[in-house]
Design a protein around this ligand. Sequence first.
Ligand SMILES: [Zn+2]
Length: 419
Amino acid sequence: MDDDPSEPPGPPDNGTILLEVVKAFEICSNAATHADLKPAERVERLVQAHSSLMAAFGPGHRVTFADILDRLSGDQAGMLEGLIPAWLDATDLSGVRLLDPEGIPTAGGFDFRQEAELVRWKAAKLGKQPEGVTAQGLDAEYSQESVFRSIKGDFYQRHRTTLITRPVVPTSELPDLLLPLQANRFYQPIEQYAQYQGWFFPCTACQWPMKITLTRSGRRARGTVQCLYPWHADTGSVYVFTPTTGSEPPVLHPDFECRQPSARHARLWTGTLPHIPQPLRASDHLALHRAVWRYTTVSGLPELKTHQALEEALAGTGCTPALWPFNDTFDHAVMSPHGEVLFSADFKDYTWQNHLIAKIHRDAGDSGGAKWLIVPDHRSEQVDHLNAAGRPYDLQAITATDYLTMVVETVKENPRDGQ
Ligand SMILES: [Zn+2]
């Protein structure tokens, strides 16, 4: 189904070429929005993105430099339509904007690249790779694999929990997190796109700085603040403000009423909470790199909640939940009183389920041997598709709340296991 890592690389397939296109857009975004670049460096990156697009498409399909510049901001920003050759199947990305009108990678574009690379890391590469800056080179050190490697050791569980619960930290308190030195570098200055006159606002669901956009219609200017994780924005992490003069921070108002969880989903709710975020000084704080936030913090929130809920629900049964057990072989286990693994599970928070399906086939199930694949409750529409992919490998998909219910009922119905 997917690429076999033991096979020699063949010619690039459709998915590999599509990934190259998404990477080129990310390099463009970096060139256009990175505050520290000199003008010559910006142009150099744009030229690189242009040549990597041309290499991906091959002779016979022309992309001009102007075509690229048109897609860096405004209405056309991040759109593939009209740019890619007709023979390239981009159904997955049809109508998807890879960059927003300010040139920042959208959640969909950002996740497409990160998730495609998790699956395709040993896939066929294009013959000639452009030298210099590559999208992968820009943030390879922030990949999930690199993050988990840097916190390995006796305090793994504590460090990983810290990265989930403290995505923002006052600069002076970074040493207090007691992370390994190589993990401190994941904390960086607050991104320009999350600042307004030196202030930023943490999302109430994940605490990470939200993106700020200023728009103007006629004489009226308006600010919008919104979390870059769509589930948080959809449940209420979108606020508006009237631009301020001087150094006073603006006051946020909810753009719409916060969404409330149903009773059944309240226990593991990871959506927005109905508090108004307070302004914080950007110069006094550091925040996790976007890739670490997206694939460690955001993915980790339902993992922590599920684990805590199981600790409470299984208290007194003799069975114990274990987070990232056996050196993180999988994400979660429930152990019998005799030390047997009753349930083993891995959490997967993929935006693009086709990448996850490809990964299931590549790994012939879960790479660590987990029997359950848990998706956050808000991704329940993925369960049937993932089940179809996982069935031949004895891997079953389930939402976090259904997993919690199923484990608790099973343990309580079989008291001999739990006594
Ligand atoms: Zn958020």
